[in-house]
Write a protein that binds this ligand. Structure first.
Ligand SMILES: Nc1ncnc2c1ncn2[C@@H]1O[C@H](COP(=O)(O)OP(=O)(O)OP(=O)(O)O)[C@@H](O)[C@H]1O
Length: 260
C-alpha cells in the first residue's frame, strides 16, 4: 500500500541499461521533512535513482510516486508542474556557463511565464542573500567565480521556486573541508527555513553525519540497509564495513564509531 506520509514512494523498482542491471526491487519511502542520504559505491545507481524520482528517467519495472501522484502516465505539463515543486543540485551542469549569475537563478522563474521582471529581480536578490552571496556578484559569469561560490549560486537556483523537495547529488564534492563545512551549514539553515525534504547522494561522511536523518545504503542492486546512521553503521554488509569503519569513518563518527 502507498503511504500518504511518503513524499516520495518507490515500489518494486528495477533499473536496467541494456543488459546492465543497476537496481533490483527497490522499495523506499521518503518522509516529508526528512533528509534521506543515499550512499553506495560508484555506479551503485544513486544518481539514476534520483533521476527516476524526478521522472527524468523511467524505471524498467516498478512505480514511483511523488507528492502522492504516480510519475508515469502524465502529460508534459503535469510532469513539469510536479518538477517545479522540486529543486535539483546535480553534480554536473551546476550552472549554465553562458548565463550570468543573475540569469542562472532567474531562469526557472522565467520559465514559469507568470512573474514579471521586477518580481524576478526581487526574488533573485533574495535568493542570493539566502545563500550568502553579495548582490554585486549578480552580473558575473560562472567562469569568474570560485568553486564555493558556484555551489552556493547553484543552490540559489535550486531553491528559486521555493521547492518542497530538494535533490542534492554530491553537494560537497570538490570543496575543501572548510568550504564544505560552510556549505553543509547553509543547507542545514535552508532546510529549516524552507521546511524542505531532502534526498542527497554523498560519499562524504562528514556531510552525511551533519545532514542526514536516515541513510539508505545501495549495494548488490538493492537497498541493503535503511535507517538512522547508528542503526546502519551497525549492519555487517561489506560495503558498510568499508565505508564507515575505515580511518575516514572513525574520523567522521568519532573513535568508537559513535555518531553522537
Ligand atoms: N543513461 C544511461 N545509460 C547507460 N548506463 C547508464 C545511464 N545512466 C547510468 N548508467 C549506468 O548505471 C550505473 C549507475 O550509475 P549512477 O550514475 O546512478 O551511479 P552512482 O551511484 O551515482 O555513481 P557515482 O557515485 O560514481 O556518481 C553506472 O554503471 C552507469 O554507468
Amino acid at each position: 500500500m502507498m503511504n500518504s506520509e511518503c513524499l516520495i514512494e518507490i515500489e518494486g523498482l528495477h533499473t536496467r541499461f541494456g543488459s546492465h542491471v543497476v537496481h533490483e526491487d527497490i522499495n523506499l519511502c521518503v518522509h516529508r521533512g526528512e533528509v534521506l542520504a543515499l550512499v553506495g559505491g560508484s555506479g551503485s545507481g544513486k544518481t539514476a535513482l534520483m533521476r527516476q524520482m524526478l521522472g527524468l528517467e523511467m524505471p524498467a519495472e516498478g512505480a514511483v510516486r511523488i507528492f502522492g501522484e504516480p510519475l508515469d502516465g502524465h502529460d508534459r505539463k503535469k510532469l513539469q508542474s510536479m518538477r517545479n515543486r522540486c529543486g535539483v543540485l546535480f553534480q554536473k551542469g551546476a550552472l549554465f556557463s553562458a548565463l550570468s549569475v543573475y540569469d542562472n537563478i532567474a531562469l526557472p522563474m522565467r520559465e514559469l511565464h507568470i512573474l514579471d521582471e521586477g518580481m524576478i529581480r526581487d526574488l533573485v536578490m533574495l535568493k542570493l542573500k539566502m545563500v550568502d552571496i553579495e548582490t554585486r556578484h549578480a552580473s558575473k559569469m560562472p567562469a569568474e567565480l570560485s568553486g564555493g561560490m558556484i555551489k552556493r549560486i547553484a543552490l540559489a537556483r535550486a531553491i528559486a521556486l521555493d521547492p518542497e523537495l530538494l535533490f542534492l547529488d554530491e553537494p560537497t564534492a570538490g570543496l575543501d573541508p572548510e568550504l564544505s563545512e560552510g556549505f553543509v551549514e547553509l543547507i542545514r539553515t535552508m532546510r529549516t527555513e524552507l521546511t524542505l525534504t531532502i534526498v542527497m547522494a554523498t560519499h562524504d561522511l562528514d556531510t552525511l553525519v551533519a545532514l542526514s536523518d536516515r541513510v539508505a545504503v545501495l549495494a548488490d542492486q538493492r537497498i541493503v540497509a535503511l535507517g538512522g546512521l547508528r542503526e546502519v553503521v551497525g549492519k555487517t554488509h561489506p560495503f558498510i564495513t568499508n565505508f564507515f569503519r575505515g580511518e575516514r569513518g572513525r574520523k567522521a563518527l568519532g573513535n568508537n564509531g559513535d555518531v553522537l
